[in-house]
Design a protein around this ligand. Sequence first.
Ligand code: SF4
Length: 256
Amino acid sequence: MAGNVHRAARGSRVAYLGAMGIQVWANRGTPAAVAVDPAVPATALVGGAAVAGAAAGGAESGNSRPEITHMDWEALQQTAGDCRLCELHGSRTQVVFGVGDRGADWLLVGEAPGKDEDLQGEPFVGRAGQLLNAMLQAAGLRREQVYIANILKCRPPNNRDPRPEEVLCCEPYLARQIALVRPRIILALGRVAAQNLLKTDTPIGKLRGTVHRYADTGIALVATYHPAYLLRSPLDKRKAWADLRLALANAKGPTP
Ligand code: SF4
């Protein structure tokens, strides 16, 4: 019975790896399936405090609204839900605050709500969300086990890039979410998330493959491609799988 459950779970994971474009080999005579992926360093930490932009401030970095740094979840969600600090409040259907386990080891950060997210009030729904779920499953995680948020809580018109002034207005909410969750690992999904979290303009291709630290918190941060990009560029799914492996290898440390 337990063997059947184990085989079913393995089959599900293999199916998800297949959806990500990862070739899976099964050794003859052994039950184990091994995903073939590029070599991933167990840890590629850049010096202790590592990192581009790490000196840019603490977990509440960029927070020009000190009252937010003491808010509990309820007050924070209420304040964000009523927020009109930037012009995006005028075109949103609703604020997309974040979703998931508020005590999660993994915190995933994307760019901003898209059309589906704006309508449903939840980050990463639609096709990109389905791919993200598949990526998590391949890593042995369920969506409910992680916390997911965005750099911006409101949808930019026509999905344009967030503007610096919008990020500045919105980042105290995310900083407080990170401080409340206290994750072991932050996975930055895409260029906008990675560059804003790390306070750098280094291209995403160069931010990948290294374990950064978020601000001065010591929380490990790994950058990878946005699932929406991977839908357009499926050949890079293999690199995203390598990024997930790097995050997995660095998600086991003590909670900061
Ligand atoms: S994007 Fe952020 S700062 Fe702008 S209105 Fe929405 S919640 Fe407020």
